[in-house]
Design a protein around this ligand. Sequence first.
Ligand code: SF4
Length: 374
Amino acid sequence: MEMDSSLSGINNPGAHFAARKNFYNTPIWSHFARAIPQELKIEGLVVGVNCYGTSPWHLGWQEETGLLLDNVDQGISLRPELIPDLNVFQGNARATRLANLYGGAALAFFSPRSCYFFADGSQCKFCSLAGTAAETQEFKNMLSEEDVRETVRATLQTDRHRIEQIMIVGGTVRELDRGFQHHLSLAKAALMELDAQSASETVSIHISTMPPRDLDLIEELKEFPDIEVMFNLEVWTEESFARICPGKDRDYGRSNILKALERLRDVIGPYRAHSLLVTGLESAEYTIEGATQLAGMGVSPIINVYHSDRHSALGLGPRPSFDELSHVAMGLQTLYDVLPLRPYWKQCGRNAIDAEAKRGLFHNGLLDTLQAQP
Ligand code: SF4
């Protein structure tokens, strides 16, 4: 979408919302800085805000009406809702350096804020992690267990009703076993605090990480009740994997990620193991083929929509068309209709379309309605 200059009016004292933090990138983030919400709620679903210079969609702000999302070409006008920031980030500068709000309801810890694939240019081609991290020292690079535990404690005190899940995610260190164990140690710290605050029934823990080389380390996940874990392929075919994820291809390999996903499924249970595919980086048919095969393995496919970020190797390249996206969405819906797949983010679309499929939104005429627009 395109940001209307009226959006600068959003920063009035009454508008308490989660502004975009320079944590995840976007094409034009610096133009409007703090006026850009990182997420919006549209028709009850949280979506990520990615802003491009030229688009028929305009996001603006009026004092009387609040936010307006207009497509003048198609005569569509929506009233998205702002998502309030967590209270813990208002008065706790330390928490602000350690965590982020993701998907309106996930307390997200990103550690480390670096990935060794960038050292030799073998990073995933869509990833903007290094350039984004270099733009600001706003966030701590490597989190400790105490960082996580303290932040979970503070957040439960101020925002208990808001948080549905804790997300541990990060870049990758060269020693993959050590990186995996780092993410596990942060998850354990979060679990200890959830248990201490009697919150583990309502708040789930989710880890997104590279798999370890020693697959026996995955057994350590048994001590987490109801955990969800993601080992990401990013794209499905061997050719796409080598092209888009050269570092992962060289140092771990697609077939080994699939083996790790099978082990993960066996340890934490069918469909609690996830793997993300970014639609738009290969053909829609391949994304659907990948989602279908993963689902057949008992792995929940997570379908992200490619958005081009500055600092990524792909840069501000073309994004998937509506036709491609709707094709993938219908394919995913078919899988959700017959299998107990689980979205990684519970109530959240953000950049993924799984929550929509879980709600059956791709069957209720939504796509037909949008497709019918000129
Ligand atoms: S593994 Fe790929 S997507 Fe993940 S942080 Fe590294 S370069 Fe980025």
